[in-house]
Design a protein around this ligand. Sequence first.
Ligand code: GLN
Length: 284
Amino acid sequence: MSLKNVEKSFVQELQVLYPENEAQQIWYLAVAHLTGFDLRACEGRQFNPDPCMLKMLSDIRKRLLKAEPIQYILNEAWFYDIPFFVNKQVLIPRPETEELVDAVIQEHKTRPSVRILDIGTGSGCIPVILKRKLPDATVTSCDISAEALAVARKNAAKYQQDIHFMQLDFLEETNWPQLPQVDVLVSNPPYIPVADQTSMHKNVTDYEPALALFVPDEDPLLFYRKIAGAASAVLAPGGRIYLEVHENLAEETRQLLETKGFTAVIKTDMQGKQRFVLAGFANS
Ligand code: GLN
């Protein structure tokens, strides 16, 4: 069987779960991973798959049809410009978060020795990219999950980035004294109210860690309130805060930060959604 025919039925079958362009992209990710070819080189490339590769593609297809994300099947997710190891213990890094990281990089290119704290690091995608792009920065990351930290450490080691990881429950204020003094606080915390679950895709709700996604319906700004509280203690004068937020709660998050003594602005993402709140001390 030619690869073109396998591709056709694979992409067609996947369309019960994904729009055609996403199904096609998943195919390319799978083939690029299995062959080691560059993603772009797989598009339009023709070769005869051996039986072993056909078997692997068929196994991948079976798992995909159960709505398992391709990133967990391949244990790989691209973020910024490199592939990260991922498993079901960590959120799959999203393109929006690349923009969050980019905002930190752009504003600190001329201040290389900046000290950064990433709260809720998951796969470690944020600190690894920040340390690669700002090599003189001191980067600390915390997460409550030991399993997530194992993944983050693996990614830091993969790219030989010296990052200080801490396992700690950030919501517990008595843990804040353990945190270092920093110039930048960055976080993509859980921000989806539990009630939103019903309208979400199965590939997220059935597979991604609830701990990384959800907040109580009655307190959706929980993490932002705590971040603002911790910031008063750990952020150095002139320090900055970079947050990814729920698109429907951006204004509330901005106001929350303002009431805690920060000036805060909303920034939209590539899709025009209100996705980030950037803040600094009101008096600096
Ligand atoms: N910081 C990680 C990311 O942006 C994890 C975020 C999370 O688990 N909420 O992907």
